[in-house]
Design a protein around this ligand. Sequence first.
Ligand SMILES: NC(=O)c1ccc[n+]([C@@H]2O[C@H](COP(=O)([O-])OP(=O)(O)OC[C@H]3O[C@@H](n4cnc5c(N)ncnc54)[C@H](O)[C@@H]3O)[C@@H](O)[C@H]2O)c1
Ligand SMILES: N[C@@H](CCO)C(=O)O
Ligand code: NA
Length: 443
Amino acid sequence: MNSAASVTAKPIRVALLGCGTVGTQIVRLLTEQADELAARVGTRVELVGIAVRRPNKHREVPAELLTTDAAGLVASPDVDVVVEVIGGIEPTRTWLLAALTAGKSVVTANKALLAEHAGELFEAADASGADLYFEAAVAGAIPLLRPLRESLAGDRITRVMGIVNGTTNFILSAMDETGAGYAETLDEASRLGYAEADPTADVDGFDAASKAAILASLAFHTRVTAGDVYREGISAVTSADFAAARALGRTIKLLAICERVFTTGEDGAPEESVAVRVHPAMIPRSHPLAGVSGAFNAVFVEAEAAGQLMFYGQGAGGAPTASAVLGDLVAVARNRVVGGRGPRESAYADLAVRPIAQASTRYHISLDVADRAGVLAAVAAEFAQHEVSIAAVRQEGRATDASLVIVTHSAPDAALRSTVDKVAGLPFVHDVVSVMRVEGEDS
Ligand SMILES: NC(=O)c1ccc[n+]([C@@H]2O[C@H](COP(=O)([O-])OP(=O)(O)OC[C@H]3O[C@@H](n4cnc5c(N)ncnc54)[C@H](O)[C@@H]3O)[C@@H](O)[C@H]2O)c1
Ligand SMILES: N[C@@H](CCO)C(=O)O
Ligand code: NA
């Protein structure tokens, strides 16, 4: 290849923090594609140090680059760009703030950090003129954050809905397809490298909530942090829920949903806010998200002018995530070569976040009830009392009792919850078999 001949600028010197699942793949790609990357950037991209915890564990990377002194590596005058793939809030927050303050651009895959501290990281970047890129933090390899920050910056995004956690999608797909148990499928996700060191971040929805916060912030030009996101994980999803879903031609997915909400204030003036939530939901099998299985991710974006867009691909795994990191690294390196910068934080809209109780949702409720006259009417009366409109009812008599399935129209989540609580306490309701929100259909 003669591409190196056209490369004349000073090399871009890169420090890598962390060399685990993703970091190892970054080193591999940087090494294998060195000449091509140099041609694309206009100068060589050189790895000058790798901060790790235990150097003798990393036989696959050049030993002379390894150090246990991450802070020292970040502070080194020989570093232009810091790539962080350790994860967690501290000490990475301190190191990345130090890098940005010193004018060093940062590329990170760290959703937990971005979902909590984007504001101060961007402030540090703005103060020094450095870049902050984090495409790998949401939906791994899928180009999603840069399309939101750049390609769709001229449009108004109204809704973002998707599957953004590969581990839970893998588990839910397996529960649906094979009927396998929860623990068994979680083990397999870990073995394949999809699950992070502590799987509770995935199964309890923390990982998806961090990603939802990042997506909502970028989509609606406001600041949403992980704590603003309503979160339910998948640990309470049962085979009875899947059976109930299957009976109605649906499946269950863990969805991240970010919505722009338009309401009228007490003074009659129009008000705008955002609702951001992560929870399992039933969706029709015909919905494009229903076909997203295993560790794949997919995200729908609805924008006023663009209409509907769908982003699909590998949301986890070493190499796919490293692809997104390398893409960001090329972008910040190019910016350095021409003396430019990528986009700053855009949080001007400063929108309030609505609590889940006020969010408009639909429920699917499956009950075991006594099979006698007046039961359906009494259950329906509870819904009417809470002003929850019923969209469909299916009742099936059995020997001594009956199965009653109710799907509602959209209603405030708080009203739906109170209705279910009331219905569960009715004397002829023997069991609440399944309660699940419904998405992806007309309300
Ligand atoms: N694995 C994925 O599929 C994936 C996908 C998207 C984003 N991410 C994100 O990428 C980051 C890295 O994920 P991973 O899967 O590679 O994790 P990992 O646990 O495999 O690797 C992290 C590495 O950082 C090292 N480390 C921890 N503390 C350190 C310290 N103080 N100094 C130096 N090294 C230290 C660990 O020893 C480990 O080798 C996380 O932020 C994660 O959320 C991962
Ligand atoms: N643990 C995450 C990795 C990607 O961020 C997942 O399962 O999707
Ligand atoms: Na991505």
